[in-house]
Each structure stands twice: as structure tokens, then as C-alpha cells.
Design a protein around this ligand. Structure first.
Ligand code: SF4
Length: 394
């Protein structure tokens, strides 16, 4: 099999080329393409790195059997490169699931893991986050998902989750990251079903169950087998309360061969030690300024979907509980969220919508106004000052 790789000499491209050499000796590299002029003209493995025009010309002349695109989705360039190549006549392309590279799973079946690109649609190339339960077993003070305000159990409807993911699948040829989170997702006994469905629909997505880890040492073997069989991972935010369970989490995941990542803050403690207040109920911030130094949205673009609506951060979709508890402090307008079932919509319009400031940004404190406090659990009856920079705690 003669293959060509576009983006083939970046860090990820080099890693996948090595994996091909390791796992599929019958594959031979015949061309590398790259938009970076500094790379063009170099000879790698006896092959010259060429620009997109020359790459496409070689494709049209039938100099290789398959095209593999290797562009790190985190930089949001994947869709533009695919469109560029499609415009130049490259109508059949594949990618590898990026989680293989991110998690350094270097032994894998090459042909089974080549994912076909549908050039008529974009890839959903931010983080697609879905909450499967609003409750939490930890109830942190100032929780960004307002989980500590829930007194009754509040579990997401699996049918709606499936419907929403199916709609995303109609609009996009794949999604690169699916965050299954809560509250605490391991409180939802059906978490394995969400993992299976997400993998069935999105073969190249990095599927991550985002947990505080407390229930990990106790969760069922069945769930861990599902995680392993579906190449799903845990993203664990450890708090000082989970100090004593680190080793049991490690053992449990290692026994099942599941990879996991710890997400602490920037201190050397290894834990998440602080939270911050980020909302200003007065709502007079300039939305462009709030948006430009927004950390909730995150460098990986943390987009959220809930009950048929999508938003560029969690607030417009999850502020409902805060408003219910504290007399509708915040206004969510129809410009903050997008209804994904509008038939005239395509995936590119969804990405455009998600990538721009929203009216709700007027409530977000600028960087220098955020108020940090040490992590602690919330009281039984949280006060709104846990979230608001413009209100002093009693
Ligand atoms: S409302 Fe705007 S500024 Fe605030 S977290 Fe969301 S995207 Fe960021």
C-alpha cells in the first residue's frame, strides 16, 4: 500500500509514520505534504516534503493509494486543511484517531484505525461536553456546574443524549473529544452506556469520563471493561479529600489497562486546591474583553450540548439552577445558545456560532477581577456569593 501523509512531518505526523512502520510493514511512504514553507523541500525517509498543490497533483496522477491527514485537532486547523485539499481535488482522505497519539498507544491495527473523512462536512474539532448527571458527591463551594445547588437527583435523559449525539453526527463527520461529565458522572449508574454509545457514533473521538475520582476505586469491573473495550479514558480532578485513594485508583485502572490523566492546578501539590468566583451579576462587562481572556471556554474550546442546544461554555446551559435558586439573576438570550435541530443548519454554521463572544459574556469578570479562594466543600445551603465577584460572603 503506497501512502501519502499531509502534515506528515509535524510531531504527530512523525509519530504516526513510526507507528505505520511498526505495525504495517506493507505500507510504504511515497509522499509528505505540508503547508509550512520551512518544511517544504526537505527529504525525509527518502521522500520530499511538498506543498499542497504538488501533493494534490501527485494524488490526481495516482502516485499513491491513500492519503492520511495528520493535523493536531487542538489547533483547529484540521477542517481548513481538509477543505484546502478537497478544493484541490483530493476527494478521499483518512485520519487516525488522535487519542492513539495523545495516549501513545503505538501498537494498533493500522487499517482498522483509518477513519474515513467525509469532505462534505466539518469535524467537530472542539471539546464536546455532555453532563450525564447534575448531582455530585463532593459539592465544591462555587462549583462551575452549580452541582452543589441540587438537592434532588437530576440525571440526564439517555434518549435525549443519544438524539443529540446523532444530530451532531449528521452535522459533522466526527468529533475529536467527548467529555462525559457531571456533577460526578460515576454517580450515574448507566455511565457505561453513554461511553459505548459515544464510541459507536464517534470512532476517532477521545472519550473522557471527567471525575473527581472518589468513586473510581469502587466502580464495577463491568464499567472498567467497557472503558477499556471502547478506548475511553478517565480525566481525574483530585481534591485533597481524595488524598488517600490515589494508589487504589492507580491499581484499579492499571489492572484493567485503562489510561487516565490527573488534572490538578498549577501548585506542586498534585491537587486542585483553589476555585474562583467568575460571575458579576451586574452584567456590564464588554463581551469582547470577557471573551478574550475567558478560561472556561478553554484553549481546547470547551463547548457544551444539552437537550438540543449547544453553547460555547457551560454557563448559558447550566445557569438555570442558579437562577432557580436565586431569583433569576442572569438572563440567557437566544443568542447565547443554538438549537441544533434547525433544518437549515450545517456544521460550519455551528462552529462559527461557537467561536464568537456571546451576550452572556457580559456577566463574566475580567481576569484581574476574578476572586480566588481555597477549595472547600460547600455548605448545605450555598449562598450566591460563592459565585459572584460583586457580593461579599456573609
Ligand atoms: S460567558 Fe463568555 S466569557 Fe463567560 S465563560 Fe462563557 S464564553 Fe467565557
Amino acid at each position: 500500500m503506497r501512502y501519502a501523509m499531509f502534515g506528515g512531518n509535524g510531531t504527530m505526523g512523525r509519530w504516526f509514520r513510526n507507528a505505520i512502520t511498526l505495525n504495517a510493514p506493507s505500507f510504504s511512504l511515497v509522499c509528505i505534504g505540508d503547508n509550512d514553507e520551512k518544511q517544504q523541500g526537505k527529504i525525509v525517509e527518502g521522500v520530499e516534503i511538498v506543498d499542497a498543490d504538488s501533493f494534490a497533483e501527485k494524488y490526481r496522477r495516482g502516485e499513491f493509494d491513500i492519503v492520511i491527514v495528520s493535523i493536531d485537532y487542538r489547533w483547529l486547523r484540521l477542517n481548513s486543511v481538509i477543505q484546502q485539499l478537497a478544493r484541490l481535488g483530493v476527494d478521499k482522505m483518512y485520519i487516525f484517531p488522535q487519542y492513539l497519539y495523545d495516549w501513545k498507544e503505538e501498537y494498533f491495527d493500522i487499517e482498522d484505525n483509518l477513519i474515513n473523512v467525509d469532505t462534505s462536512k466539518p469535524c467537530f474539532n472542539g471539546n464536546l461536553n455532555l453532563s450525564i448527571i447534575r448531582n455530585c458527591n463532593l459539592n465544591c463551594k462555587g462549583c462551575g456546574m452549580f452541582a452543589n445547588l441540587f438537592k434532588e437527583e437530576c440525571i440526564a435523559d439517555f434518549t435525549q443524549y443519544k438524539k443529540d449525539l446523532l444530530r451532531i453526527k449528521e452535522l459533522f463527520w466526527d468529533a475529536r473529544y467527548i467529555g462525559i461529565f457531571g456533577g460526578e458522572p460515576l454517580l450515574n449508574k448507566e455511565v457505561g452506556e453513554y461511553v459505548k454509545l459515544s464510541r459507536e457514533l464517534f470512532p476517532s473521538a477521545d472519550i473522557m469520563v471527567e471525575t473527581n475520582g472518589i468513586l473510581l476505586s469502587k466502580c464495577s469491573d463491568e464499567l472498567l471493561k467497557i472503558m477499556k473495550n471502547n478506548h475511553a479514558h478517565f480525566l481525574i480532578t483530585p481534591y485533597t479529600l481524595s488524598k488517600n485513594i490515589g494508589e487504589s485508583i492507580k491499581q484499579r485502572c492499571d489492572n484493567f489497562g485503562i489510561k487516565y490523566l490527573y488534572r490538578s492546578d498549577n501548585t506542586n501539590s498534585g491537587f486542585r486546591t483553589s476555585f474562583y468566583k467568575a460571575l458579576n451579576s451586574i452584567g456590564e462587562k464588554q463581551i469582547d474583553l470577557s471573551y478574550s481572556d475567558c478560561v472556561k471556554r478553554g484553549s481546547n474550546y470547551n463547548w457544551h450540548i444539552k437537550n438540543g442546544y449547544i453553547s460555547s461554555c457551560q454557563f448559558p446551559l447550566y445557569i438555570d439552577k442558579f437562577n432557580e435558586c436565586f431569583s433569576n439573576v442572569f438572563t440567557v438570550s437566544d443568542k447565547d445558545i443554538m438549537y441544533i435541530y434547525d433544518e437549515s443548519l450545517d456544521g460550519y454554521q455551528v462552529l462559527d456560532f461557537l467561536s464568537s463572544p456571546k451576550p452572556f459574556c457580559k456577566y463574566c469578570a475580567y481576569k484581574e477581577e476574578r476572586i480566588f479562594f481555597d477549595w472547600t466543600r460547600s455548605s448545605k445551603n450555598p449562598e450566591r456569593s460563592e459565585w459572584l465577584v460583586n457580593e461579599v460572603e456573609k
